[in-house]
Design a protein around this ligand. Sequence first.
Ligand SMILES: [Zn+2]
Length: 136
Amino acid sequence: MDTNETKCQELQKKVSGLLLRHKSVLDSVTKFQESTARVNRAAVKSATNCGCIQINAKKQTIPEKVSESSIEDYHDFLSTHMQGELCENCKEVVVREIGNHFFYLAALANSLDISLEEALEKETDKIDTLGFFNLS
Ligand SMILES: [Zn+2]
């Protein structure tokens, strides 16, 4: 690896060198979509198969009075709807699926001649600009 190369650039270069069977943009698009489902499936199976996390969702409610408070106060009223944390085994599976997702994201970016580094920088700038309101 070139020492000035970012992890995004390194990934895109390696994926470019490896992808022969799924070189078509159609393969990249569909494998990317499939990898999204696999990340979600791994996260859900942590609750439904393993049980290391529990999911208990309900409507998010914010008291009107909070709107006069600071933005940080919203965190106290909003829930992740999740209890517990991933065990080692589930974490390993989720990390692996996220890695696979990155692989096909890099493949898609390569097909479209898009720099993941540039996309990451633009998204980070957007978050810096919009801050809290970005998540609505
Ligand atoms: Zn688990």
